[in-house]
Design a protein around this ligand. Structure first.
Ligand code: ATP
Length: 312
């Protein structure tokens, strides 16, 4: 699957009345990694996914799956598995019959239905009507449907919604293993924290277009670089002596400071010379949540594929 072009959006534009839902949305989701598709409510994530699936027509631009428009794919479930609205089920139908109906429409076997029910942990509930399913169970059933055709690409809209911590951990493991198998995996969320420890790559969107398209490791490294977290019972005195030698110091908690512009050794020397006590000194590790706040603080500072440190 290495030369698989993944999922591509090229200059998508879509207007609903007065709302410009997509305003030049352009990105490529590559195989072999989990790509998070993040942005605030209304940023255009669901609309993009609907356009990729041919459920909404773009006013301009095009979307391709494995190099082809979704609508031109025969047995599309074999090319792209998707979870859009886990609530869209016929309540009187059992989980197994729901999947059998889907499988039949795509020429897939009943054996495959039982495999995916097992894979998502719904084997015991296979013969129960979906009307009585919790949101978490409906999400699992939606994911089973996405996996049915053993597709090389998956696109999941807010799959963490309604899941308890065990369910969230399960989806993270599933997404990681799907990507490790060489599949293309696009996962939307409006909560960056949900993507922590699972996304390898991020496409951050706002107002219908891409704000940043970056690797998670590079992003976190750029935010962590040269920053040291200092814990001290005397933050004011510490900030004064450190600022005097040119460090940039920010308060990050009652007894915590973030210091940049000096090495750890230099910070220790300055604090000792000034007689300022401190309890802990550690290299700063940025979280995805922190990265997201930096990225969305001023859209203009982040363009194309690069990530720049925000001016402080
Ligand atoms: N069918 C529609 N009719 C009218 N407006 C729509 C329609 N679908 C989406 N919109 C509008 O387009 C914009 C983008 O919506 P979209 O659902 O794609 O955003 P999103 O990033 O998925 O948000 P969320 O995180 O809330 O799901 C929003 O302003 C939304 O109100």
């Amino acid at each position: 699957m290495t030369d698989d072009p993944g999922i591509e959006a090229e200059g998508l534009r879509k207007r609903f009345g007065a709302t410009q839902a997509l305003d030049g949305m352009t990105f490529t989701v590559r195989p072999g990694r989990v790509t998070g598709f993040v942005g605030p409510n209304g940023a255009g994530k669901s609309t993009t996914m609907r356009v990729v699936l041919g459920l909404d027509a773009a006013d301009q631009g095009r979307a391709l799956v494995g190099g082809r428009p979704y609508r031109t794919l025969g047995s599309p479930l074999r090319h792209l598995g998707s979870l859009l609205d886990a609530g869209a089920l016929q309540p009187g139908r059992t989980a197994r019959n729901h999947l059998l109906w889907l499988a039949h429409s795509q020429g897939l076997s009943a054996g495959r239905v039982d495999q995916v029910l097992e894979q998502v942990g719904l084997a015991q509930a296979a013969r129960r009507r979906t009307g009585g399913f919790s949101l978490g169970m409906r999400q699992r059933l939606g994911i089973a449907a996405a996996l049915l055709g053993d597709p090389p690409a998956l696109m999941l809209d807010e799959p963490f919604n309604g899941l308890d911590p065990e369910g969230i951990r399960w989806i993270r493991g599933l997404l990681t293993s799907l990507a490790a198998q060489g599949r293309t995996v696009l996962v939307s969320s409006h909560l960056m924290s949900e993507l922590q420890d699972v996304a390898d790559h991020l496409i951050v969107v706002g107002r219908g277009r891409v704000v940043t398209d970056t690797g998670v490791r590079e992003l976190l490294a750029s935010l962590s670089a040269g920053r040291v977290t200092l814990r001290t019972s005397e933050p004011v005195a510490a900030a004064q002596v450190l600022a005097r030698v040119g460090a940039v110091v920010r308060g990050t908690g009652a007894d915590a400071l973030s210091v940049s512009g000096l090495t750890g050794e230099a910070i220790v020397a300055v604090l000792n010379a000034g007689g300022v006590p401190f309890a802990e000194l550690a290299t700063h590790r940025a979280s995805l949540e922190e990265a997201y706040l930096e990225l969305t603080r001023d859209d203009v500072q982040y363009r194309g594929t690069g990530v720049e440190e925000a001016a402080r």
